[in-house]
Design a protein around this ligand. Structure first.
Ligand SMILES: O=c1ccn([C@@H]2O[C@H](COP(=O)(O)OP(=O)(O)O[C@H]3O[C@H](CO)[C@@H](O)[C@H](O)[C@H]3O)[C@@H](O)[C@H]2O)c(=O)[nH]1
Ligand SMILES: [Mn+2]
Length: 736
C-alpha cells in the first residue's frame, strides 16, 4: 500500500476512563452540594444558638471549600483522556526529514557526575537519525574544564560507539546501560559481533577511566565567574580511528559567560543561550531538550516525534511533542512516588484538551514557537527584530535562513563567527531585549517549563503527549525523602509564583485558551493551596475530638452518608486511576503518603516562600537535584525503607501532625467508650485513624527503628513537644 496515504499518528479516546470519570464527577459533585447545604444550615444554627464554638467549625468549612475548589479545577484533567500511537515506519525517506538540535543542560560535575552526563550526550549523538541532520549541544553552567575535557573524550569514544550501534542496530544506545547488561545487548552470538563488542567495550573502559581521572577535582573546577567558551568538537583535536567526521553528528560544548551579580536565570537562561548559539551553527527547525541525567533509551524518539511534525493536518499548530520522564532507578516499591505517575496520568487528560505542559525535558519543540510567530514575521523591521532578539546580526540572519551555518564547510568556526558566539553567550545579552520576557524560555520563575508552556498554549499553540511502551528517555528519580521534598518544594514554589503573577491562569487563560485547559493550569499552579485544607483537617478534628466538640454529622444522621460517600469515592477514584494506569494498590498507598508529605511540608514552604517572593524578601534559588547517590541510600530505597535523614525543617511538620493525630485518636477513642458518644464522634475518630494507619511508617521511623535512616531523636522530641503544646493549649481555639 502507498505509505503516504496512511496516517502517521493516531489519537484514541480512553472511553472507559472517560465514562467512569464523568460519572464520578456527577455523583461526587452532587454529594458536595449536599455537603455544603449541610454545612451552611449548620453554620446558621451555630451562629444563632452559639451551642458549639465557631472557630473550629469555620476552619473545617473553609478547608472543605478550598478542597472543593481544587477538586473542581482538577476535574478538567478527567474530562477527555486520550492516548496516541505513532507509525514511524510510514515516514518518508531520510532525505525528507528535518534537522534536529539536541540541547542538554548540566550545571555541576560534583553533583552531576561526568560519566552520567556524557552517557546522555553519547546516547543523543547515537539517535537513529541522519547524522548530518543531528547536532548535540551541551550547556555547562558550571563552566568546568572537567566537563569540557569529558566532552572531548566523548567525541573520541562516540566515533567508535556510533558506527557500532549502526552496524548492529543496537536498541539501547546509552553505552553504560548497554555494557552493564540487560536483554538489549544480546544482539547476536556471531564472532564478528562479539569481537566488535569487545573492542568497543575496551574503549569504553578507557573512556571511563579517563573521565574518572579527570573528575578528581570536579568540585573546584566549577566557576561562577568566567567568560563564555564554545567549542565545536572535531577531528582537529587530533584523534584517530573510528568514524569519519562526516558520519558523526555535530557535538558542541557551550559554557555561557557567568559573572557575580548578573542574573543567569538557571536552566531557562541556559536553554536560551543554547537556542542562540545553535542558531548560528546548525540552526535546526526542531530541538530536543534533555536533562543531563536523561539518556536516550530507545533511539527512535526523533522519528516518532516527526510522525507529528510531518503530519500536515496538525503539524502547523504543534509547538512541542512531549515524552513523559521515565526513570531507570525506580525500585519496585517507589516509596517517594518518584516515577511521577500522577503527573503522567493527568498528562493524558491534558493531551485530550490542547496538550500537555512542558515537563522540563524530553520534548521536541519548534524554533518558531519559542521565538514567537509574530516576532519572526518576514516583513518585520530590523530595529524591531533587534528589540526582540538582541543585537546579534548573525542571529537575526539565522531566523529566516534555514540552512546550517558552519557545519556545511567542515565544522570550521571562523574567527568572526567565534566572536559572534561570544556575544550570544555573554551574560548580558538578554538585557534590553525580549529574551526571557517574551522570547525563548520565560525567566521569572524556577519552573521555566510550566510558564513557557502556559504562554505558548495561550498563543494558540497545541502540544501532544506520546508515551510509547518502550521508554525513549530514562533519567534518575529522587531516591531520598530529603531530595524529594526539596525538589517538590522548588516545583510548588515556582508554580505558586506563576499563580501570584499577572499570568495567573484563571485570569490570563480563559480569554486566550480553552476554559478546560485554563482550569488545568490553575489547578497546577495552585496545587500548593492543598496546604490549607490539609492543615485544617489534620489539626482541627483531632483537637475537637479531645474536647468532645462535634464537627461532623452523627452516624445516625442521613448526612453521614454524604460525608462517607465523598470520602470513599475520592479514595476509590484514586485507586481506580492507579489501576487503570497499570499500577498496583501499593502504588496508590505510596502516592497517598507522598501527597500527605507534600501537603504538610512542600506546599507549606512553597506558599510561604512565594508570598515572601512576591513582596521581594527572598531570592529564587535552584538547588540541584543530587545525581551522585550513596550506596546506603540506594539500598534503603530499593528495599522500600524510608530514609528520614533529612533537614529537621522538613521532618518536624510530618512527625508533629502524626503525633497529634495519634494522641487524639487514642485519647478520643477512650473518651468515646467511656462517655458512649460513638454516634456523635465517630467520624472525628476515623479521620485521625486514617492518617495514623496510612502513615504507619512514620511511627516506625520515630519509635521502632534503630538504623541510621530513622527519625532522629532530636526531631522526635521536638515533635512530641510541639504536639503536646498544641493539644494542651489548643482549646484557646474554642473561645469563639
Ligand atoms: O542553573 C541551572 C540549574 C539547573 N540546570 C540543569 O537543569 C536540569 C534539571 O535540574 P535538576 O537539578 O535535575 O532538577 P529536577 O527537579 O530534577 O528537574 C525537573 O524540574 C525542572 C524545573 O524545576 C525541569 O527543568 C527539569 O527538566 C525537570 O526534570 C539539570 O540537567 C541541570 O543540570 C542548569 O543547567 N542550570
Ligand atoms: Mn533531575
Amino acid at each position: 500500500m502507498d505509505n503516504t496515504s496512511l496516517p502517521l499518528n493516531q489519537c484514541r479516546i480512553l472511553k472507559t476512563d472517560l465514562i467512569i470519570n464523568r460519572l464520578y464527577i456527577l455523583l461526587n459533585g452532587v454529594s458536595i452540594l449536599a455537603l455544603f447545604y449541610y454545612r451552611a444550615t449548620n453554620l446558621l444554627t451555630i451562629l444563632l444558638t452559639r451551642e458549639t464554638p465557631l472557630i473550629p467549625y469555620l476552619v473545617v468549612f473553609v478547608s472543605e471549600i478550598v478542597l472543593t475548589g481544587l477538586w473542581v479545577l482538577h476535574q478538567a484533567y478527567r474530562w477527555r483522556p486520550v492516548k496516541r500511537t505513532v507509525y514511524p515506519e510510514r515516514l518518508p525517506g531520510d532525505e525528507k526529514l528535518p534537522a534536529v538540535d539536541v540541547f542538554i543542560c548540566t550545571a555541576d560535575p560534583s553533583k552531576e557526575p561526568s560519566l552520567g552526563v556524557m552517557n546522555t550526550v553519547i546516547s543523543a549523538m547515537a539517535l537513529e537519525y541522519p547524522p548530518d541532520k543531528l547536532s548535540v549541544y551541551l550547556s555547562d553552567d558550571g563552566g568546568s574544564w572537567v566537563t569540557l575535557e569529558a566532552m572531548r573524550e566523548s567525541w573520541k569514544f562516540a566515533k567508535w560507539w556510533i558506527p557500532f550501534c549502526r552496524k548492529y542496530n543496537v536498541k539501547n544506545r546509552c553505552p553504560e546501560a548497554f555494557f552493564s547488561g540487560g536483554a538489549d545487548n544480546l544482539i547476536s552470538s556471531n564472532s564478528e559481533f562479539l569481537n566488535d563488542k569487545n573492542e568497543v567495550e575496551k574503549r569504553y573502559q578507557e573512556f571511563n577511566q579517563n573521565l574518572e581521572k579527570n573528575s578528581v577535582n570536579a568540585k573546584s573546577s566549577v566557576s561562577r565567574n568566567h567568560s563564555a567558551t564554545v567549542e565545536v568538537m572535531s577531528d582537529a583535536t587530533g584523534n584517530v580511528g573510528g568514524a569519519t567526521q562526516k558520519e558523526m553528528p555535530l557535538l558542541v560544548y557551550v559554557s555561557r559567560e557567568k559573572r557575580p551579580g548578573h542574573a543567569h536565570h538557571f536552566k531557562g537562561g541556559a536553554l536560551n543561550t543554547l537556542l542562540r548559539v545553535s542558531a548560528v551553527i546548525s540552526n535546526a527547525p526542531y530541538f530536543l531538550v534533555l536533562d543531563c541525567d536523561m539518556y536516550c533509551g530507545d533511539p527512535t524518539s526523533a522519528r516518532q516525534a516527526m510522525c507529528f511534525y510531518l503530519d500536515p493536518k496538525i503539524a502547523p499548530k504543534i509547538a512541542w511533542v512531549q515524552y513523559p520522564q521515565k526513570f531507570r532507578n525506580t525500585s519496585p516499591y517507589d516509596i517517594y512516588s518518584g516515577r511521577l505517575h500522577p503527573i503522567w496520568r493527568e498528562g493524558q487528560g491534558l493531551d485530550g484538551l490542547t496538550g500537555p505542559t512542558i515537563y522540563g525535558c524530553n520534548f521536541f519543540m519548534t524554533r518558531e514557537a519559542i521565538y514567537g510567530t509574530d516576532k519572526i514575521q518576514k516583513d518585520r523591521d530590523l530595529s524591531l527584530l533587534k528589540k526582540s532578539f538582541g543585537v546579534s546580526n548573525e542571529f537575526i540572519k539565522s531566523i529566516h535562513n534555514n540552512k546550517p551555518n558552519v557545519w556545511s564547510d567542515g565544522g570550521k568556526v571562523s574567527d568572526e563567527l567565534q566572536k559572534e558566539i561570544q556575544l550570544l553567550a555573554s551574560s548580558t545579552y538578554c538585557n534590553g531585549s525580549e529574551w526571557g520576557l517574551e522570547v525563548g524560555y520565560i525567566y521569572f520563575t524556577v519552573v521555566e517549563d510550566s510558564i513557557t508552556s502556559l504562554i505558548l498554549h495561550c498563543k494558540g499553540w497545541i502540544s501532544v503527549l506520546i508515551d510509547p511502551v518502550k521508554p525513549c528517555f530514562l533519567g534518575a528519580c529522587t531516591t531520598s525523602l530529603n531530595d524529594m521534598l526539596v525538589q517538590q518544594t522548588r516545583w510548588s514554589f515556582g508554580l505558586m509564583q506563576i499563580g501570584l503573577s499577572r499570568f495567573c491562569p484563571i485570569l490570563y487563560g480563559p480569554v486566550r485558551m480553552s476554559i478546560l485547559q485554563s482550569l488545568c493550569y490553575t489547578a497546577l499552579v495552585f496545587d500548593a493551596l492543598y496546604v490549607i485544607p490539609f492543615y485544617g483537617l489534620a489539626l482541627m478534628p483531632p483537637i475537637c475530638l479531645l474536647y468532645n466538640i462535634p464537627l461532623y454529622p452523627k452516624v445516625s444522621d442521613p448526612y453521614f452518608v454524604v460525608f462517607a460517600f465523598i470520602f470513599l469515592s475520592s479514595q476509590l477514584k484514586h485507586v481506580q486511576e492507579v489501576f487503570s494506569y497499570g499500577d498496583s494498590w501499593r502504588t496508590s498507598l505510596y502516592e497517598l503518603r507522598v501527597w500527605m508529605m507534600k501537603s504538610s511540608v512542600c506546599y507549606l514552604y512553597a506558599v510561604i516562600n512565594a508570598i515572601a517572593d512576591k513582596f521581594g524578601t527572598t531570592e529564587a534559588n535552584f538547588s540541584l537535584t543530587n545525581k551522585d547517590i550513596e550506596e546506603e541510600q540506594t539500598r534503603w530505597y530499593q528495599q522500600g525503607i524510608y530514609n528520614y535523614q533529612a533537614s529537621p525543617g522538613l521532618i518536624v511538620p510530618l512527625c508533629t501532625l502524626y503525633l497529634i493525630n495519634l494522641a487524639s485518636f487514642i485519647i478520643g477513642i477512650a473518651k468515646i467508650v467511656l462517655n458512649q458518644t460513638g454516634d456523635q464522634m465517630l467520624v472525628q475518630a476515623i479521620l485521625p485513624l486514617f492518617g495514623v494507619i496510612m502513615n504507619y511508617n512514620l511511627l516506625e521511623g520515630m519509635f521502632l527503628r534503630m538504623d541510621k535512616g530513622r527519625v532522629s531523636i532530636f526531631v522526635t522530641l521536638l515533635s512530641i513537644a510541639i504536639s503536646a503544646i498544641y493539644l494542651y493549649f489548643g482549646s484557646v481555639l474554642f473561645i469563639y
